[in-house]
Design a protein around this ligand. Structure first.
Ligand code: XMP
Length: 302
């Protein structure tokens, strides 16, 4: 790929498409960050990056975003309660994804109307489209997105790229290394790492477990490493029976997310993670390590 050419062509493409104000769906991941930087170069202060705090994010995510994009017209929307109530009682994985995709768009439309923006820019990449159209799962920004929306146009400048190409562009744009090398994080966030209904209690347990997993596995430089909450099981703490949460550790290597293999981690690191999760989080009865490649498992749980 000719990186300079791609950057220049993409800036011209965005300039040409977005005539006036546009909002960009910013998650803080490498795709939407690259898209934001390119769009800013194209339309400058007509660009409004919108970050929706779904409550399904990891710890500290919102503060990091604010810091990184403080020079732009960034809008942070607190939508935690809306997402949680929309997901109440919902257990089907595809239904969860569709609800999240629809709510994302609804909120983007509300913000755009406030600002007077006609365009939505998204950092959708090629594998998002393939997985959604292949019927594997509805990525929130493609298959999970409603077919009708109020925008004049949805602009997706990165839709032909794979993740490793996006990282090359990110480095060429001199984005901070923590963005360039950032693990992929799905738009529906922790909702697809919780089996069944999303509740505040599950989110609280999972956020803390996830921080431990990410923290302990940083040095392995995985494609993705995270915790998932996969159910409940009987355990014993002291003399007491507990019916606690089961946390699964997922750590995979991959080139593009389309296939993946689990990391062959040493036992001592798995021991450390299990010890920390059990001692730092209440009501976890069991920690397991997921040794399933993709296929047959997908990387995320739902
Ligand atoms: P799966 O679970 O399909 O995931 O093996 C492949 C890659 O895509 C990410 N992923 C998503 N990214 N919106 C996104 O932006 C989504 O709805 C979504 N679902 C999965 C996943 O984290 C992995 O890197």
């Amino acid at each position: 790929m000719d990186v300079d050419k791609f950057i220049n062509d993409t800036i011209s493409f965005i300039k040409d498409k977005v005539r006036g104000k546009g909002i960009i769906a910013l998650s803080g991941g490498v795709d939407s960050s690259v898209c934001t930087y390119l769009s800013y170069k194209a339309i400058s202060d007509n660009l409004y990056p919108v970050f929706i705090d779904t409550g399904l994010m990891r710890i500290n995510e919102v503060d990091e975003i604010k810091k990184t994009f403080k020079n732009m017209n960034i809008k942070i929307i607190d939508a935690k309660n809306r997402f949680l109530s929309a997901l109440k009682g919902v257990t089907d994985p595809e239904e969860k994804r569709k609800i999240i995709g629809a709510l994302f768009i609804q909120i983007f439309e509300e913000v755009a109307e406030d600002i007077g923006a006609d365009y939505l820019i998204q950092g959708t990449i090629y594998p998002d489209i393939i997985e959604s159209h292949g019927g594997i799962k509805s990525h929130h920004n493609v298959g999970g997105m409603p077919l009708k929306y109020k925008f004049k146009e949805v602009v997706e400048p990165l839709k032909d790229l794979y993740k490793d190409e996006v990282r090359i562009i990110a480095r060429a744009l001199s984005l901070p290394e923590e963005i360039c090398g950032r693990m992929p994080y799905p738009g529906p966030g922790l909702a697809v790492r919780i089996i069944g209904e999303v509740t505040e209690e599950k989110l609280d347990v999972l956020k803390r477990a996830n921080m431990i997993v990410e923290d302990e596995l940083k040095e392995y430089n995985p494609w993705q490493a995270f915790a998932a909450l996969i159910g409940k099981g009987t355990g014993v703490r002291g003399d007491e029976r507990i019916y606690g949460w089961i946390i699964s550790i997922r750590a995979v290597e991959s080139r593009d997310g389309m296939t993946a293999d689990y990391l062959k981690l040493p036992w001592n690191i798995l021991d450390t993670i299990r010890r920390r999760i059990i001692s730092e989080i209440y009501n976890v009865s069991r920690v397991v390590y997921d040794i399933t490649p993709k296929p047959p498992a997908t990387i995320e749980y739902e």
